[in-house]
Design a protein around this ligand. Structure first.
Ligand code: F0G
Length: 375
């Protein structure tokens, strides 16, 4: 569609949907530093089957698993890595529950930068570890949780300036991640959704997306902004607890636990921005159990063909809960953000209910009849 700002055509309308479609709104001065793997431009899928079951006509899933390394992190990483090159950095470092590390490793490989990741030992999903290894990053495992890994990278980058911090404390990461909001509005023909539901860990994504909606509103492209609903796992929910208790500070959760390893975070570094996004948008936060997460993951996969990792399924589980609690109206246009691809975490296979499969002896002449009898 064709937008006008102050009577002038917006420069990006001829470009395809992607992070760099919005080049003019991203903080890179010189194009020659841009490092890209074609990120963004992910599908916004109208989920009619799941929506019918939930009593929602207008349910959409923005599936960030369609990004190059399989998660939303690529939106931020293409911008932050490009900025790192522009600033002349050669060593980039992050703490991670897996996806940030996988993304940073891929973009560093593409740009020829040295990548260092610090991760909690034994707590990162297998697919993500595989990504980090194949892209050739240096991996340091610590015998603590993500929050301790985060403290370590902050200390490292403060004490040794040649290591450049690539976690969501890096403002250029958030600039890339805000483009999800732009894309959703464009995919909805210039309209903002009524509600955006997404999982919250460190809180970078919800803050960045809220900024994006604000910018489209300021530019006059959209008229309103959505309510932001952040979802956390019940045993790793410092933000949801603060929101429910109407506090403007959080109490970190020691030893956070959840099957959704991507959001197993007790002390989110962006908590002030998250509370601001939720309060300004008149949104809210919910907690969901591991059981609800796994059910939602299966539901989205089996009813809509969208396979997401457990942290992402938290948004669907949280949607169900918000509807039941009357915090979302059945007439609302709701977008759930699914943040990462399901293939990243094969460990959930052991939680699947028994799945029947059959042995087929195709050497027997009547094997087709046998097959048909089972159906
Ligand atoms: N969903 C997935 C799949 C994630 O990997 C993360 C964060 C989140 C949601 C939460 O996003 O932190 O911006 O609130 N993963 C980080 C990592 C912590 O290291 O990959 P957030």
């Amino acid at each position: 569609m064709n937008f006008l700002i102050s009577g002038r055509t917006i420069p990006w309308t001829k470009r395809g949907l992607s992070v760099w479609r919005y080049r003019e709104l991203l903080p890179i001065d010189n194009d020659r530093f841009i490092t890209t793997l074609a990120e963004g431009g992910t599908g916004l899928h109208h989920c009619q089957r799941l929506g019918r079951e939930l009593g929602l006509k207008r349910l959409y899933v923005k599936n960030e698993g369609e990004n190059p390394t399989g998660s939303f992190k690529d939106r931020g990483m293409t911008v932050a890595l490009s900025k790192a090159r522009e600033l002349g950095k050669s060593k980039v470092v992050c703490a991670s529950t897996g996806n940030t590390a996988a993304s940073l490793a891929a973009y560093s490989a593409r740009a020829g930068l040295q990548c260092i990741v610090i991760v909690p030992e034994g707590k990162v999903a297998a697919g993500k570890m595989l990504q980090v290894m194949i892209h050739g990053a240096k991996i340091f495992q610590i015998s603590g949780d993500f929050d301790e890994a985060m403290r370590a990278v902050v200390e490292l980058t403060e004490r040794r300036k040649r290591f450049y911090l690539m976690n969501s404390l890096n403002p250029f990461r958030l600039e890339g991640q805000k483009t999800l909001a732009y894309e959703v509005c464009e995919q909805l023909d210039g309209h903002s959704p009524d509600v955006l539901v997404l999982p919250v860990g460190n809180g970078g994504n919800i803050s960045a997306i809220w900024k994006g909606f604000g910018e489209f509103r300021t530019l006059g492209i959209t008229k309103v902004k959505p309510r932001m609903i952040g979802i956390q796992a019940e045993k790793a929910a410092p933000i949801a607890k603060a929101v429910k208790q109407k506090q403007n500070w959080i109490r970190p959760v020691p030893n956070p636990r959840t099957i959704a390893s991507a959001i197993r975070i007790g002390s989110p570094v962006n908590w002030t921005k998250v509370l601001r996004a939720i309060n300004e948008s008149r949104g809210t936060a919910e907690t969901v159990s591991d059981k609800e997460i796994l059910e939602a993951q299966r539901e989205l996969a089996s009813k809509e063909g969208i396979f997401v990792e457990p942290a992402s399924a938290a948004s669907i589980a949280g949607l169900r809960q918000s509807l039941e609690a009357g915090r979302i109206d059945r007439s609302d246009l709701v977008v759930c953000v699914t943040t990462g691809h399901g293939l990243k975490d094969p460990s959930i296979a052991e939680h699947l209910p028994h799945h029947e499969s059959y042995t087929l002896k195709i050497t027997q002449p009547d094997w087709i009849e046998r097959l048909e009898r089972i159906l």
